[in-house]
Design a protein around this ligand. Structure first.
Ligand code: MTE
Length: 319
């Protein structure tokens, strides 16, 4: 008989979630009309789960101003809709998110496919102000609304043999003209280790700036890994797969020497073609020093103890 060790995240959420977060979620569900609590929420909040999402006090201040929405929403990387930063209009016009589902499968006890409403009802929503550092040398600060990745994965009860989490985006060249460019290995794929997924930082993002996620940010659900270069934070996710094989991301498949699996922000390790010592904040326009792990070292550094290769941005340094 095969013995399946239940990972911590397969426990009932009351056992693994700090009580405050659990109570917050109950409040959110109540706000959405799904829970049993009656709360004195403002009228707008009672009908709008994004506006009602409580700010997580651990991520209430990113130490830099939040990037204004009109700047952030007009400076995006979303290659499915074009290779410039100016893809917002195309993404708004073309990306259709009605009826979108996310499947969580692979090495799990029970595969699940959920609509966005069902997924949000099960994982809850909170607001976190996160710094974002792109490998190209620019950065911004975003007020995301979402839920820890670990909560979503727990819904499928991962097997103890799962070692990585693979995220896959949609594939629809009719909808996304960039996907007609066959030299990219579509669909967009990214991955992290199971230990990284269990860390509190990885966020599944359903909203931003107090509202449902705008298409240009990767609607209806994207990932954000604030200590890794931005290309790891895959947009418009359709599938989350638990696996024992290290996932091969789209950029790694294209150019492994420049875009490695780990991609942890590190000012000391230059990209093969440019320095990573500084970055330009697209909100303030200032050039500022880049910080190891984008400043999230206290939460994530222990994941990489004894693994020096994980500190290199490019695979060439560690293959
Ligand atoms: N996800 C998909 N599906 N397609 C993409 O082109 N670009 C990545 C990442 N996720 C990308 C993606 C890159 S390079 C970055 S820097 C961030 O999304 C950009 O997120 P933003 O537009 O919200 O700043």
């Amino acid at each position: 008989m095969r013995y399946i060790r239940r990972p911590e995240w397969a426990l009932p959420e009351t056992k693994v979630t700090p009580e405050s977060a659990f109570l917050n979620r109950r409040a959110i569900l109540a706000g959405m009309g799904l829970g049993g609590l009656s709360l004195a929420l403002p009228a707008r909040a009672a009908t709008d789960p994004y506006a009602a999402a409580p700010r997580n006090p651990d991520f209430a201040d990113a130490g830099r101003p939040v990037t204004p929405e009109e700047i952030n929403g007009n400076y995006n990387n979303f290659y499915e809709f074009g290779s410039s930063k100016d893809i917002a209009a195309a993404a708004r016009k073309r990306l259709k998110t009605d009826g979108w589902t996310v499947t969580i499968d692979g090495m799990v006890e029970r595969e699940v496919t959920l609509s966005m409403d069902d997924l949000i009802a099960q994982v809850g929503l909170e607001e976190r102000i996160y710094r974002h550092r792109c490998v190209e040398g620019w950065s911004m600060v975003a007020p995301w609304i979402g839920a820890p990745v670990s909560k979503a994965i727990a819904l499928a009860a991962p097997l103890s043999s799962a070692r990585f989490v693979r995220f896959e985006s949609f594939f629809d060249p009719e909808m996304a003209p960039g996907q007609r460019q066959s030299w990219y290995p579509w669909p967009y794929v990214e991955g992290i280790t199971i230990e990284e997924a269990a860390n509190p930082l990885p966020l599944l993002v359903f909203g931003a700036y107090g509202k449902i996620l705008a298409n240009e940010y990767g609607a209806p659900v994207r990932l954000h890994l604030p200590w890794k270069y931005g290309f790891k934070s895959i947009k418009s996710i359709t599938r989350i797969t638990l696996t024992d094989e290290q996932p091969l991301g789209l950029w790694e498949e294209l150019q492994a020497s420049e875009y490695g699996f780990w991609a942890n922000v590190n000012p000391e390790v230059a990209h093969p073609r440019w320095s990573q010592a500084t970055e330009r904040d697209i909100g303030t326009g200032e050039r500022i020093p880049t910080v190891i792990y984008n400043g999230y070292g206290p939460t994530v550094a222990s994941l990489y103890e004894g693994n020096p290769v994980a500190m290199a941005a490019g695979d060439r340094l560690w293959r």
